[in-house]
Design a protein around this ligand. Structure first.
Ligand code: ADP
Ligand code: MG
Length: 691
């Protein structure tokens, strides 16, 4: 199909299809459910299910599945066929009950002890605000996943809850400023970075296969120094992949918009047009899956790990976040004159306070073993949370705080000098690429997310923290006789109390690390450090206040994430150990032997063998050192399994296992530089990045 508008959404049971295929009453009832979250009558559900099935079968589907996002971080599906026995044959059947509720065997999904304590089974429930779609021959129903007692077991449920909480509190504020409002939508657009490598080369690297990243690899002569890859023209093979990818995403109704090369060789990015955060989350999960599949079709492998290669940029996922009213008005749009836009400044103040009070939650929402390689390394935002507002907004807040009139910053008028190109206004904010949480004109861009992370958790943190402050503001202002004046007071008070979180300078500088410490900002460098803050008293109180998580659910999540960290490091250590003992050491030893034989031959012929002897000596030194470190790594990895407290275990995995892996890598990478190419057991960085 080459007609893109026709192709777009062709695998989605979207509004257009619903209108065409559902009786009017059913359509109306379903729309009401989607808009207000009202529950669906069983009779209505039956009609919807039947229409969905007929549509899906026409599109070639034979199965259906509830499609959900358990705490494993990937999406889960279990296909059931539509077949139902009837009169000795079969008919294709799908009931309203099957649409609305599923009962997957939940026992193998991580629950952090929740199911053991409460209830063994789990169920999935349709989220009708995210459309059903067809993938791999199955009608996929986006669902939330919870235990029978209602304890959340997934990433979607808390996200939906946090959207509602933010909607309610933000609507109160909008109403206070004179426009009656009952619903505010959270919008997110996520820019997705990824690497592509040749499939054949990939399968020669056990580290990539087992861990998604290279555990070894000396730097190639050329990395990203020349900055010639960023926005560079796309190679035909990559372009063919991207074309195919866009089409597959469009079929699924995903608004894939921008594609370009990223900073590192073999690194690329895809950005969609923003949507409601729950849809953005589903679509991002699908995007990652489709990327992997389409890559294989092109004999490529898509790497979504945060740090596939040392020495060049890692991959992130920028979370562009804003709020808008039902009529589409963006509440974070400062308008022409931000200084007089009190409602905007109040929302801004709320976000400043929320980020300052819950730095820990934002940080830990992106904490994974993979992302630890990015945060704090000198390419990505550091592990310290701070906000970039830009000169104009900071100037306005400073002037208000000082009680002086706000000087209107002249917005420079840019002219390109070319008649055909229209003039445009300069953004009120300049670009700051180093800030972890940057205001970018009419939205905040949270940049700490790793490339593989599910969008739900970071957005639960932002939504809930902001809603919590908005609630406080609304409680105060609803009692006020002069909302405008009291809001201004609140903005000043809030800014004065929380402006330590605002930083417009270079986040990558050492001065900032020192300054941030002086300001008392958190600097949580590792995943265990970050996760240890999850159950902080104030965090628990906030989540319970808004019924997002109970304390037990927070503890469960903390445990699941810490356990995951331990497992990832454990797997990496095991993979490393095997690669060193089965591939690297044998190669080095074999090559040493070749050198020594040559040296012996030369000696017999009365020739000097300086190169052979010196190389053999150096390789032997490195081999012995690698061997000793390997023994230490193995011992530490075994001992790490015995630490029972999960936080202590995670800390130990970092200190005793991960740091030893780093050490082992150093001697192995140097070995790569001195062992002859034909003896080296797997493709090098150069092979992988310049295929
Ligand atoms: P930039 O050039 O600053 O990266 P873009 O306009 O290219 O900005 O947008 C980057 C991402 O931000 C895109 O995914 C875009 O859809 C998203 N975005 C734009 N406006 C909003 C908004 N109001 N809410 C959420 N995301 C948005
Ligand atoms: Mg960006």
């Amino acid at each position: 199909m080459s007609n893109i508008p026709e192709l777009f959404g062709s695998l989605v049971f979207n509004d257009k299809v619903m209108r065409e295929r559902l009786p009017k009453d059913t359509y109306k009832a379903l729309k009401k459910t989607i808009a207000d979250g009202a529950s669906l009558e069983p009779t209505v559900a039956n009609v919807v299910a039947n229409a969905m099935k007929d549509w899906a079968i026409e599109k070639g589907a034979t199965h259906y599945t509830h499609w959900f996002q358990p705490m494993t971080g990937v999406t889960a599906e279990k296909h059931d066929s539509f077949i139902t026995p009837c009169d000795g044959g079969i008919i294709m059947n799908f009931s309203g009950k099957e649409l609305i509720k599923g009962e997957p065997d939940a026992s193998s999904f991580p629950s952090g002890g929740i199911r053991a304590t409460f209830e063994a089974r789990g169920y999935t429930a349709w989220d009708p605000s995210s459309f059903a779609f067809i993938k791999d021959g199955a009608l996929c129903i986006p669902t939330a996943f919870m235990s029978y007692t209602g304890a959340v077991l997934d990433k979607k449920t808390p996200l939906l809850r946090s959207m509602n909480v933010l909607s309610k509190q933000a609507a109160r504020i909008v109403t206070l400023f004179g426009t009656p409002c009952d619903k505010v939508n959270t919008t997110v657009g996520a820019e997705q970075e990824y690497f592509l490598v040749d499939r054949e080369l990939y399968y020669k690297r056990k580290d990539l296969i087992y861990t998604g990243r290279t555990l070894f690899g000396a730097r190639p002569p050329k990395g990203q120094e020349l900055e010639d890859h960023y926005f560079g023209s796309l190679r035909p093979r990559v372009l063919a992949f991207m074309d195919d990818l866009d089409r597959e995403l469009w079929k699924l109704g995903i608004l894939a918009k921008t594609r370009h090369n990223e900073v590192a060789p073999a690194q690329h990015e895809l950005a969609p047009i923003f949507s409601s955060v729950n849809v953005a989350t589903d679509h991002n999960q699908l995007t990652m899956e489709v990327m992997r599949k389409v890559a294989e079709k092109h004999n490529l492998i898509c790497l979504l790990h945060e740090k596939p290669f040392a020495g060049v940029n890692g991959s992130g996922k920028h979370n562009n976040w804003a709020m808008s009213t039902a009529s589409g008005e963006n509440l974070l749009d400062p308008g022409k004159n931000p200084a007089e836009n009190t409602r905007f400044l109040l929302f801004l103040a709320a976000i400043i306070k929320a980020v300052d009070l819950h730095q820990d939650l934002l940080r830990l929402s992106v904490a994974t073993a993979g992302n630890d390689h990015r945060l704090g390394a000198n390419e990505a935002p550091p592990a310290i949370l701070s906000m970039y507002l830009g000169d104009e907004l900071t100037g306005i807040l400073e002037a208000m705080a000082a009680g002086v009139p706000v000087s209107k910053k002249q917005r420079d008028r840019f002219t390109t000098g070319v008649d055909a190109i229209p003039t445009f206004m300069a953004d009120t904010t300049d670009r700051n690429r180093t800030s972890p949480f940057a205001f970018t004109g009419n939205k905040f861009e949270f940049r700490m997310l790793g490339s593989s992370v599910n969008l739900a958790c970071p957005n639960v943190m932002i939504n809930t923290s902001v809603a919590d402050v908005l609630k406080e503001f609304a409680d105060t202002l609803e009692k006020s006789k002069d909302v405008e004046a009291d809001a201004k007071k609140l903005i000043v008070e809030t800014y004065n109390a929380h402006k330590r979180i605002v930083f417009n300078g270079n986040n990558y500088s050492d001065e900032w690390t020192a300054e941030a410490a002086r300001r008392g900002l958190l600097n949580l460098k590792t995943t265990p450090d970050a996760l240890s803050y999850y159950d902080r008293k104030e965090n628990v109180a906030m989540f319970e206040r808004h019924k997002i998580y109970t304390k037990a659910e927070i503890k469960a999540r903390q445990e699941i994430l810490l356990e995951n960290y331990c497992k990832v490091i454990g797997i990496e250590a095991m993979a490393m150990s095997q690669i060193v003992s089965k591939q690297i050491l044998p190669a080095a030893i074999q090559y040493t032997d070749v050198l020594l034989q040559s040296a012996a031959h030369k000696a017999a012929a009365g020739l000097q063998a300086i190169a052979e002897n010196e190389l053999a000596a150096r390789i032997t030194e490195l081999t012995n050192s690698a061997y000793a470190t390997l023994a230490r790594l193995n011992a530490n990895a075994v001992a790490a399994k015995d630490v029972s407290d999960v936080l202590a275990a995670a800390r130990n995995y970092h200190d005793a296992v991960f740091l030893t892996m780093q050490e082992l890598r150093v001697s192995c990478d140097e070995l790569e530089t001195v062992v002859a190419r034909e003896y080296w057991p797997f493709p090098t960085y150069g092979d992988l990045m310049y295929y």
